[in-house]
Design a protein around this ligand. Structure first.
Ligand SMILES: Nc1nc2c(c(=O)[nH]1)N[C@H]1C(S)=C(S)[C@@H](COP(=O)(O)O)O[C@H]1N2
Ligand SMILES: [Mo]
Length: 334
């Protein structure tokens, strides 16, 4: 990891204060434990909630040359926004190499059309759904989320997507489904698939997992766009996860398979080094990585270099997700 110019400036208010989340969202989370999955799903659908999209205006995003409307959700905002030029050139996508600019230079070979996603495992209804059907089915909204990589850099990115929970609901998870496993596409033309040395011999497909309640959390997004445009390949086109309260590696890119499972799945980073990367990977300034502190982060805003800001518990999303971990030892479950 190379650290560039250190630069400090005043952090804007929005970056330091907790997210403004509507009361009813807290209510939803409070009742989550006692509601059955079906009931929770209805409540979690933001489009059923009357007040949530009140102040939004509609724009369109072109995906594969087709325009889709999206609304802006003012409940999720962060300032300053990281410039697109940084968010689309400073990436981690090991299928395309280990350097931060490798995905930008090499991910053009990613074949994103046709694209479909399989949902299988402990479900009543196994599904294969095309990207086009996904885009027709799930109304899109824009949310600005703070992204915190485990390497201690961060960005504010305006994503366009929909809640993962609404897609999972289609498959009707069985009662014994407790976790969700995600897998990235493996394509033979990916540089690190062709030449494993380029990807540090990481075993592909890249895979990640969430607990089912984390997957159903209204913050958990499937993104198809960013900055008003369709996702560029280096950011995980055409469909990637965004789990804003967890370290960036949980936000798996270019997803082709989602499997509901009974037991905790392993993830790419756990498999590489379980002493350094855990299943939960919740952003936590108090739990250091074995090789570096997680108390601060290098925020990438306008201009050159970084600015150092304090890292917030659950990346600033405690109000929404704190209760998911109420009874857990977060040092052990890192
Ligand atoms: N398939 C896949 N998904 C991935 C990764 C990867 O190497 N392969 N890297 C992860 C890591 S470490 C981070 S920080 C984020 C980065 O997302 P971004 O490049 O869109 O900022 O993607 C995550 N998703
Ligand atoms: Mo990361």
């Amino acid at each position: 990891m190379r650290i560039k110019i250190k630069k400090k400036y005043e952090i804007s208010e929005n970056l330091t204060t907790p997210q403004t989340i509507y009361k009813h969202r807290r209510q939803i989370l409070k009742t989550m434990g006692i509601l059955g999955l079906g009931g929770a799903l209805d409540l979690f659908n933001p489009l059923n909630a009357k007040d949530i999209n009140k102040q939004v205006h509609t724009q369109t995003i072109d995906i594969k040359n087709t325009p889709y409307p999206y609304t802006t959700n003012p409940n999720y905002s962060q300032t300053p926004i990281t410039p697109y030029a940084k968010a689309s050139t400073y990436n981690n996508f090991y299928e395309f190499g280990l350097q931060k600019d490798d995905p930008y230079h090499r991910a053009k070979v990613l074949q994103t059309s046709p694209w479909s996603v399989v949902i299988d495992g402990e479900v009543h209804q196994e599904i294969t759904i095309s990207l086009e059907d996904i885009l027709k089915k799930f109304p899109l909204q824009e949310r600005i989320y703070h992204l915190r990589c485990v390497e201690a850099w961060s960005m504010n990115i305006p994503w366009i997507g929909f809640e993962l929970g609404s897609l999972l609901a289609l498959s009707r998870p069985k009662g014994n489904a407790k976790f969700v496993l995600f897998q990235t596409a493996v394509q033979e033309q990916m540089p690190a698939v062709k030449n494993p040395a380029l990807g540090g011999y990481i075993k592909f497909p890249y895979q990640e997992g969430l607990r089912l309640d984390e997957a159903m959390c209204p913050l958990t997004l499937l993104a198809v766009g960013m900055y008003g445009k369709e996702l560029p390949p280096q950011n995980g086109a055409p469909l990637r996860l965004v789990v804003p309260w967890k370290y960036g590696f949980k936000s798996i890119k270019s997803i082709v398979r989602i499997t509901l499972v009974e037991t905790m799945p392993t993830s790419t980073w756990m498999r590489l080094d379980p002493s350094e990367y855990g299943f939960y990977a919740n952003v936590n300034p108090q739990v250091a990585h074995p090789r570096w502190s997680q108390a601060k982060e290098r925020f990438m805003g306008e201009g050159f270099g970084f600015s150092y800001i304090p890292t917030q518990m659950f990346n600033g999303y405690s109000e929404v997700v704190g209760r998911l971990y109420a009874k857990m030892d977060l040092k052990k479950n890192f």
